[in-house]
Design a protein around this ligand. Structure first.
Ligand code: JFZ
Length: 443
C-alpha cells in the first residue's frame, strides 16, 4: 500500500490483479458481446410520432413519453422472433468468448420471472423466461455468460435516488432487501453465471450503502466461487466509486471504460479492464432510427485490437428489436468481425500488452500462450514497409503474414535492433493485416 493510505472497512479487497484460473479465463477473452434488451425495444426510440434523440433504453425518462404509457409496455412484450440459439450461434461466429445480458435495466423490467416483483416477463404475454434459454444457448456454444443488473430501478416503490426523509430511509431498506433477493435469485436460477456486470450504482442513496453492498458482494461471491464483479458495484465508506479512498481498484476489473478507451498502458494502472462499445454513437437498446456516425466493422476491430494491446477486453453491444430480431447492421458487423477473427484471432485471444516502442502502423499484441508477437496493421504504409524496433536482446526468429499464400517478408536490419519489414507486393490491406513474429529473448 501507499505510505499515505488509510484503513478502510469497505475499500478494495486486494492489491493487484486476481491470479486465479477463472480470472485468467476472463483476461484472455479478447472479445465479448453485450446485449441490451427490454421493454424499451418496443418503442425503439419513438413515441407518438416523435423522435427521441437520447439512448433508446432511457426513453422512459423523456418528457414526451408519459410514464404510464411506458409502464404498460409489458402488456405487449411478446417477442415472437426470439431465438436464443440463433443469437448464440451468431455471437460464436463473430468470435465472442463472453456475453453480457441486461437481466434488468433502469426501468426495472425483469427478463427473468422474478418472484420478488410482478414487473417481469411472467406478466407479459410472452410469459416465459428469457434468461434461462439464453444462458443455456450461450453455454452450449462455449460462450461465458455475465448478467448485467441495474441497481437503479424506476419501478420499485422503495427505490430512491436520495434519502431525504425518515420515510425515504424506511422505503429504501425495503429496496435493499429486494435488490439482495433478486441478485441471489439470479445466481440460484442461473448457476453457470460467470459474473455480474453492475450499472445504475451512481445514486447518492446507493453510494451511502457501503457496508450493505460490501456484505452483499461477499455473499454473492460465496454463492458462485470465482464470480467476477467489476468496479461498478459498490462505493467505499467515503463514497468513492471504482477506486477507493486510497486510489485502489474496487472489484475485479475496472469498469469505467464505457464508450471510451485508454490510450496508453499507464492509463490502466496495472488493472484488468473491459471496454463496452455501442455501434452508433450512443445507443444501447434498440433504436429504429440510428442517426449520426455508425461504426464499421474495421473501426470496431481496431478498438478490439487496441484493447488487447493494453490488456483489456472489448465488448460490442447489440440491441435486438421488440420482436427479438437482431438488426441487419449488427448482423453485418457480427459477420465481418467474425470473418476477420477466423484467420486473425490469434492476435486477440490470450493476448496482452507488449512493451515495445509503438509504431504508427498499428498495434503490437503479445500472445500469452505462445509468446508470439503480433503486428496488427491498421495504417498500411505507402512504402509497404513496417518499422519495428525491438528491445535489446530480442532476436526475430521468423515472421508469418496471416492469410497469405506464400508471399515472403523481406526483413532488413537498418541498424541494431531496428528493422524494416517489407510486405509482399499485392498484400490485401483492405482489412487489417496481421503478422505473427516468433522471437527469442536473451543475448
Ligand atoms: C449506463 C446506462 O445508463 C446505459 O443505458 C447503458 O446500459 C450503459 C452500458 O451503462 O450508462 C453509463 C454508465 C456509466 C457511464 C456512462 C454511461 N460512465 O461511467 O461514464
Amino acid at each position: 500500500r501507499h505510505r499515505s493510505s488509510v484503513t478502510l472497512e469497505h475499500g478494495s479487497k486486494r492489491l493487484g490483479k486476481r491470479t486465479d484460473p477463472m480470472m485468467g479465463v476472463w483476461r484472455n477473452y479478447g472479445l465479448g458481446q453485450f446485449i441490451h434488451w427490454g421493454l424499451y425495444a418496443i418503442p425503439g426510440g419513438h413515441w407518438d410520432g416523435k423522435y427521441y434523440s437520447g439512448a433508446a433504453e432511457w426513453i422512459r425518462s423523456w418528457n414526451e413519453m408519459p410514464k404510464n404509457a411506458y409502464d404498460e409496455l409489458y402488456k405487449v412484450f411478446d417477442p415472437k422472433a426470439y431465438d436464443p440459439k440463433a443469437w448464440a450461434k451468431q455471437a460464436k461466429d463473430m468470435g465472442a468468448k463472453y456475453m453480457i445480458i441486461t437481466t434488468k435495466h433502469h426501468d426495472g423490467f425483469c427478463l427473468w420471472p422474478s418472484q420478488y416483483t410482478d414487473y417481469s416477463v411472467a406478466k407479459s404475454p410472452y410469459n416465459k423466461d428469457i434468461i434461462g434459454p439464453m444462458v443455456e444457448a450461450y453455454d452450449a456454444e462455449g460462450i461465458d455468460v455475465y448478467l448485467y443488473f441495474s441497481v437503479m430501478d424506476w419501478n420499485h416503490p422503495g427505490y430512491r435516488s436520495k434519502l431525504e426523509t425518515k420515510e425515504d430511509e424506511e422505503a429504501y431498506e425495503g429496496f435493499k432487501e429486494f435488490t439482495r433477493n433478486q441478485l441471489l435469485e439470479l445466481l440460484a436460477f442461473y448457476p453457470s453465471t460467470k459474473g455480474l456486470w453492475f450499472d445504475g450504482t451512481w445514486d447518492q442513496a446507493w453510494i451511502q450503502q457501503a457496508a450493505f453492498a460490501d456484505e452483499l458482494e461477499e455473499e454473492m461471491r460465496s454463492v458462485i466461487p470465482g464470480l467476477i464483479i467489476g468496479s461498478r458495484f459498490r462505493a467505499d465508506e467515503n463514497g468513492k466509486r471504482h477506486f477507493d479512498t486510497n486510489g485502489d481498484l474496487m472489484g475485479d476489473y475496472e469498469q469505467g471504460w464505457e464508450r471510451k478507451m485508454p490510450n496508453r498502458i499507464e492509463d490502466v494502472n496495472g488493472n484488468d479492464w473491459d471496454c463496452v462499445m455501442t455501434v452508433p454513437e450512443n445507443q444501447w437498446g434498440y433504436h429504429s432510427d440510428w442517426k449520426g456516425h455508425v461504426k464499421s466493422s474495421v473501426e470496431l476491430i481496431e478498438m478490439m485490437v487496441k484493447a488487447a494491446s493494453l490488456d483489456g477486453n472489448f465488448v460490442i453491444n447489440f440491441g435486438p428489436d421488440g420482436q427479438g430480431n437482431i438488426r441487419p447492421e449488427e448482423s453485418l458487423i457480427a459477420k465481418e468481425v467474425g470473418e476477420w477473427m477466423e484467420s486473425n484471432a490469434e492476435a486477440v485471444y490470450d493476448c496482452g500488452y507488449l512493451d515495445w516502442e509503438k509504431q504508427d502502423w498499428g498495434y503490437y499484441t503479445r500472445n500469452r500462450k505462445t509468446g508470439n508477437v503480433n503486428l496488427v496493421v491498421f495504417n498500411y504504409p505507402a512504402s509497404g514497409k513496417l518499422r519495428v524496433k525491438v528491445p535489446k536482446g530480442i532476436k526475430i526468429q521468423g515472421i508469418d503474414l496471416i492469410g497469405t499464400n506464400g508471399g515472403t517478408i523481406d526483413l532488413e536490419e537498418i541498424h541494431r535492433d531496428e528493422y524494416f519489414l517489407g510486405l509482399p507486393k499485392g498484400t490485401d490491406h483492405t482489412k487489417p493485416v496481421v503478422l505473427v513474429m516468433k522471437i527469442v529473448e536473451g543475448d
